[in-house]
Structure formats: structure tokens, C-alpha cells
Design a protein around this ligand. Structure first.
Ligand code: CDP
Length: 202
């Protein structure tokens, strides 16, 4: 039986960690939709047209190592305002969402645009400072030379662009359960997410 869990929220809110844990808990497949936009954004850095890049996107493009840099994140949020780019990625995401055996998708517009009928919706958030600190530690832990200031600026700039765009802006779906992870540890946040989803499973 298909069962779709939509997990949206701002940059570095913990969607990835929560999504992976939720997918493992329920035995569902997981799609990090941010990777699709990052892969398109990365291609534009060498001058490729974003719409052409989105239309030609291949599974291999998502395996690239350098998609997690702040530079690629910025490029992702810039291509993400283009309606033709978003349209090119819709069918793949919807097919993934309805696969047999259940799916978890995380992003910005999953509960609102991609899967408005998702069986369970979460909106995961935290203060910009907490999110930036977590992302800084994550990137520094991978050996990237980034500063706290640079990471906070990236997070704030993308949040504003993602929230204010005309097409599929980042917003909590009316029927989403909001989880603020500012003062929650990973285990607590995952437990809240699973409890909220269990409540929807009936
Ligand atoms: O990991 P983080 O939360 O920092 O970002 P991400 O989920 O990898 O997304 C990177 C960028 O892709 C976002 O800033 C959005 O502009 C865009 N995005 C989007 O527009 N819609 C989605 N469903 C997922 C990501």
C-alpha cells in the first residue's frame, strides 16, 4: 500500500536526519528532494542552462560528492524559483511518493504542491541560529573550510528566497504537524515525528 510522509521545513532544520530515521522506522523509501535542486544548481555553476539541466537530470547526477556545499545550496535555491525547473521535477517526485511500500519525501513544497494528499505531513523548523550552528558543525566535520558567519548568511538568504518565491513557496501545509527542533535532541525530534505519523496512520 502506498503511504506518503511529507516532511518540509527551512534550511538545515533537521529534515534529512528525521526523514532517514522515520523511513528506517517504517521501512519506507526516502527521497531527499533538495538533492534534485542541488544537482540542477551544481550544473548551472559551469554555465549550463537551468531548465535544460532539470530536463536532463539523471540518477547519477545525485551521487556527486560536492552537492552539500553552501555554494551549491545557493545555486539550488536560485534555480528553485524557476517554474520550468520545478515542473521538470514533479513527475519523478510524485511517482516516488506513490511507490508500493511507502515513501518519505523531504523538501519545501512536498505537503503543499507535490503531495497535497500525503497521509502524513510534518513541518520541521528551528531558529536560524540553531540551524546554522548544526549545519556549520556538519560541514566542518566533513572537513569543509566554512565559517559560522558564512553558513548563517547562507541559511538566512535561502530561507528568504524560498519563502518569498511565487512558485511553490516554503510554507507549512494547513494540515502539517509543526515540530520545532530548537531545543530538541535528535532522538527527541525523531520520537515526536514518529508519534505524529503514528497518529495519522490510525
Ligand atoms: O539541506 P537544506 O535544508 O539546507 O537544503 P535542501 O533541502 O538540500 O534544499 C536546497 C534548496 O533546494 C533549498 O534552499 C530550496 O531552494 C530548494 N528546494 C526546493 O525548492 N524544493 C524542495 N522540495 C527541496 C529543495
Amino acid at each position: 500500500m502506498p503511504f506518503t510522509i511529507a516532511i518540509d521545513g527551512p534550511a538545515a532544520a533537521g529534515k534529512g536526519t528525521i526523514s532517514k530515521a522515520v523511513a528506517a522506522h517504517f521501512g519506507f523509501a526516502h527521497l531527499d528532494t533538495g538533492l534534485l535542486y542541488r544537482a540542477v544548481g551544481a550544473k548551472t555553476l559551469d554555465g549550463t542552462d537551468p531548465i535544460a539541466a532539470a530536463l536532463a537530470l539523471m540518477a547519477d547526477d545525485l551521487e556527486t560528492d560536492n552537492l552539500r556545499t553552501p555554494e551549491v545550496a545557493q545555486a539550488a535555491s536560485k534555480v528553485a524559483v524557476i517554474s520550468e525547473v520545478r515542473a521538470a521535477l514533479v513527475d519523478f517526485q510524485r511517482a516516488f511518493a506513490r511507490r508500493a511500500g511507502g515513501a518519505v519525501l523531504d523538501g519545501r513544497d512536498i505537503g503543499t504542491v507535490i503531495c497535497p494528499d500525503a497521509e502524513a505531513k510534518l513541518f520541521v523548523t528551528a531558529s536560524a541560529e540553531v540551524r546554522a550552528e548544526r549545519r556549520y558543525l556538519e560541514l566542518a566535520g566533513k572537513g569543509m573550510s566554512v565559517s559560522r558567519e558564512e553558513v548563517l548568511a547562507d541559511v538566512k538568504e535561502r530561507d528568504t528566497r524560498d519563502r518569498e518565491r511565487a512558485e511553490a513557496p516554503m510554507v507549512a501545509a494547513k494540515d502539517a504537524v509543526v515540530i520545532d527542533t530548537s531545543s530538541l535532541g535528535i532522538d527527541e525530534a525523531v520520537a515526536e515525528a514518529i508519534a505524529a505519523i503514528e497518529a495519522r496512520r490510525g
